[in-house]
Ligand binder design. Structure first.
Ligand SMILES: [Zn+2]
Length: 251
């Protein structure tokens, strides 16, 4: 059995895409860029009984579950499997727990640290109310809007209404008078509340994207809004770790 995409997402998000030992930035396999350190999803207890720590029994259902994995750079992977006596199960679990707690705390003070320019990973912050979206809209001239599509589940119409609203408002925000502005704020707040009542959360990020205009390339500020189920495993605290591919985001 291979590592499931669910276990992989939990591991990468909670590790902040960093090695749990040396905290170097890691990228996922499939990245196109050169000179990058590929993250390795390492087994705490080896699948093979003769492998590192392999004689111990796992506490989870199988060896490839998130509970038996730790995200490391290749150097530290070699180190923990070579010096398996120093790197006991207890110690590795402690290293992992400490690192994941550090990521959670660090996200609140310095989320930018986790936006890794070498990878296609972006970190979006949870939208608490309309003001969070309006502040970004004020400085943006475009938008990337997407939501988690689930089989056999109807998309709450408020998600689509919110997206239409943002598309309409992004161009006219600076021309609004006070009362128009306040009506917009109320509408946005109602939509955000309704979306949360349906079990979804709204995340936003102000992002620069390269736009080609003839021979010229320039960077535009865009608002990136992603709406996903609140139980999605790529959410860590108030932040969403998403894999970004040109104009599309994969959770
Ligand atoms: Zn490392």
């Amino acid at each position: 059995m291979a590592i499931s995409s669910r276990s992989r997402k939990i591991l990468w998000a909670r590790s902040g895409n960093k090695c749990a030992i040396c905290q170097v930035n890691l990228i996922r396999l499939g990245g196109q860029k050169e000179n990058v350190i590929i993250g390795e999803e390492c087994h705490i207890i080896s699948k093979s009984i003769k492998g590192p720590r392999g004689q111990h029994k796992i506490e989870c259902a199988n060896h490839d579950d998130y509970e038996n994995l730790i995200l490391l750079c290749s150097n530290d992977h070699v180190e923990i499997d070579h010096d398996f006596e120093s790197y006991s199960i207890k110690r590795l679990k402690e290293v992992k727990r400490t690192h994941e707690n550090w990521v959670k705390e660090r996200l609140n003070s310095n989320p930018q640290e986790f936006n890794n320019p070498l990878s296609d990973i972006i970190i979006l912050k949870k939208v608490e109310d309309a003001n969070d979206i309006i502040e970004i809209l004020k400085v943006c001239s475009g938008h990337i809007l997407d939501y988690q599509k689930l089989k056999r589940e109807k998309v709450p119409k408020e998600i689509l209404i919110l997206f239409d609203y943002i598309k309409d408002v992004v161009d006219v925000l600076s021309f609004m008078n006070y009362s128009q502005f306040e009506v917009m704020r109320l509408d946005l707040n109602n939509l955000i509340d309704e979306i949360e009542n349906h079990g979804y959360l709204v995340f936003a990020l102000q992002q620069k994207i390269d736009v080609e205009l003839g021979a010229n390339k320039s960077a535009w500020d865009v608002v990136n809004i992603q709406i996903i189920k609140s139980e999605n495993v790529s959410i860590v605290g108030d932040y969403l770790f998403a894999l970004y591919q040109t104009s599309k985001v994969i959770f």
